[in-house]
Design a protein around this ligand. Structure first.
Ligand code: ATP
Ligand code: MG
Length: 564
């Protein structure tokens, strides 16, 4: 699968700004022609579709320019991090079809980062501040107003060195002191106003245990890790653009040669009707609003996978939207379109009746059955055919019958003809109802000269409906998933996200009638339920109760709703 993903033939497109930068560097012979990138997730949650965009450029650039891409876990905050996430991140990257060269951890460099911090203290470029986080924040100033120097700013080097060691000995409380770089409290770039570079965290680390009590901040770790590893192009999202001068400053203090990693920023992926931050996603899991990180409504890669989305669809979408220098929100319909487009090409068509009512073909001999041939995929001749059983009693969708139908109703209504897919043309003759007026059976007569494939079968009728034989079907559960949020931009709404949830994001149907061909399907197998949508087998399936997830409906019902 992974090879398919990476070898898809793509129409030639123009280079994005990152590819242009890499090509310029190669032309100028920078870094001895080396291209090295990294994907640097923090293992504090499962990856979401936004991360896929970062993965595609990090690994994609390395592939395109025959370079190296490493996986580096940015594990500088033990409180939120866990090996469960490390494992899932690796699986997701492989699912997207990529392979890292090496796996590194920021925690691999804690020793080197410590030594560098000590060097800065010795050079008078860092000091221990004993003020609280609030006091420090108050002194930061504003972009137009200089900050105020900390009273500890000029404390003797020896004292800072001694306290820095104490920070790591476990004898001090969290928040009692921090190490700050001594740069410029009047800098127009707020990140230069003596940024905090080390803090005390008394929580065991998933890899280093209790070895460290003082942990480097993101800004003090990221660029230096890039430097230690030999990264040439460090790609991240736009919010880090303002951090770049500090990234460069630290490396300038550290570097003993001319080599410099360089940071490039691209736009974050954001979708309508979707929230992508791990903080929000974790809340959905912790408050049990959803069933877990892989709930099929989650925008996580595990959720997408369970829902039936494919890596190919994700690649196609990301190629289409590209990488730019300005943020924007992408219509979630584009992702759904990419999923439909991909599944249309490769999944088999089957019949499943979600809301069944019985159809009796009154002139079809009792006890007789016929094997009908069903084409697996009209888009792909090589997918072949399979057999479906036809009999006197069938299940059809309740919606496909109406006793008093409006003029343009081309399905079953007394006097009207429809084609039963892959079988005969039938004419509706009436129905039976219970005391409450609910239709319990629909009646029709078939024309035995109209079997699909017969010469007469070219007779045209306006409607075709799907069906399954009562003799050759089984009951299953179907989970109809829809968008999780009702509003287009949940991130900017202002209301609590709980209030924005779509109450119909999951509808569970029981007793759906599946053609028996589906009986052997395994978790993850994908199909098109004719006229309904794309579905896949859920991992909750058991021998007695198969469960199907709706991946995406055949048509975009939201676009229609919006036009009204
Ligand atoms: P979140 O805010 O969702 O928790 P994060 O940025 O904190 O995400 P990290 O694990 O730190 O998550 O991110 C790893 C990489 O993925 C970073 O380079 C980050 O810039 C990138 N990334 C995160 N979210 C997106 C997104 N929505 N679009 C593109 N890239 C993203
Ligand atoms: Mg983060």
């Amino acid at each position: 699968m992974s090879e398919n993903v990476l070898n898809v033939e793509e129409p030639k497109r123009s280079l994005n700004f990152i590819e242009q930068a890499v090509e310029n560097d190669l032309k100028e012979g920078k870094n001895n022609g080396r291209v090295q990138t990294r994907f640097p997730p923090e293992p504090n949650g499962y990856l979401h579709i936004g991360h896929a965009k970062a993965i595609c450029i990090d690994f994609g650039i390395a592939q395109e320019y025959k370079g190296v891409c490493n996986l580096r876990f940015d594990d500088t905050n033990p409180v939120k991090e866990d090996v469960e996430y490390v494992d899932s991140i690796k699986e997701d990257i492989e699912w997207l079809g990529y392979k890292w060269e090496n796996v590194y951890y920021a925690s691999d460099y804690f020793g080197k980062l410590w030594d560098f911090a000590v060097q800065l203290i010795k050079e008078g470029k860092a000091y221990i501040d004993e003020q609280s986080a609030e006091e420090i924040a108050k002194q930061k100033g504003t972009p137009t107003q200089a900050g105020v120097n900390s009273p500890y700013r000029d404390r003797p080097i020896e004292e800072s060195l001694d306290l820095f060691n104490k920070m790591n000995e476990g004898v001090l409380e969290e928040g009692s002191m921090v190490l700050r770089a001594k740069i410029d409290m009047a800098s127009p770039n707020m990140h230069f106003r003596d940024p905090i570079i080390y803090r005390i965290i008394k929580h065991p680390h998933h890899r280093t245990g209790n070895k460290w009590q003082a942990y480097p901040m993101y800004d003090f770790a990221h660029g230096q890790c890039d430097y230690f590893e030999g990264v040439t192009h460090s790609l991240c999202t736009l919010e880090f653009e303002v951090h770049r001068p500090l990234y460069d400053w630290f490396i300038d203090q550290l570097a003993s040669d001319d080599y410099r990693p360089h940071q490039y920023e691209f736009n974050k992926l954001q979708f309508t009707y979707t929230l992508l931050s791990k903080r929000n996603l974790r809340r959905m899991v912790e408050e049990r609003i959803l069933t877990g990180w892989d709930d099929p409504r989650m925008p996580t890669l595990v959720g997408f996978r369970r829902r039936g989305y494919t890596p190919e669809a994700i690649h196609n979408l990301i190629d289409r939207i590209g990488y730019t220098k300005y943020d924007g929100v992408i219509d979630i319909g584009l992702l759904e379109y990419a999923v439909r487009e991909d599944l249309n090409k490769r999944v088999n068509r089957v019949s499943a009746v979600l809301n069944p009512v019985k159809l009796v073909i009154t002139n079809y001999p009792e006890g007789q059955t016929e094997k009908m041939e069903a084409q697996n995929n009209p888009e792909d001749e090589s997918a072949g055919t399979h057999h479906v059983l036809f009999s006197r009693e069938l299940f059809i969708e309740r919606d496909d019958f109406m006793e008093d139908a409006p003029k343009k109703y081309f399905r079953l209504t007394p006097g009207n003809e429809v084609r039963l897919k892959n079988a005969y043309i039938v004419k509706c003759t009436g129905c039976k109802k219970d005391e409450d007026g609910n239709v319990t059976e629909v009646y029709a007569e078939y024309d035995d000269q109209t079997k699909s494939g017969m010469p007469q079968s070219s007779r045209k009728v306006k409607g075709t409906i799907h069906w399954v034989s009562t003799e050759d079907c089984f009951d299953a559960e179907v989970r109809l998933y829809d968008r999780l949020f009702m509003v287009e931009n949940p991130a900017d709404d202002g209301r609590d996200i709980i209030e924005l949830l779509n109450p119909d994001s999951l509808k569970v149907l029981q007793g759906c009638k599946m053609e028996s061909y589906l009986k052997d399907a395994k978790a993850g197998d994908k199909f098109q339920f004719q006229r309904t949508g794309y579905f896949c087998v859920d991992r909750d399936s058991t021998a007695d109760n198969m469960v199907f997830n709706r991946t995406v409906s055949l048509k975009d019902s939201w676009a229609k709703a919006k036009d009204k």
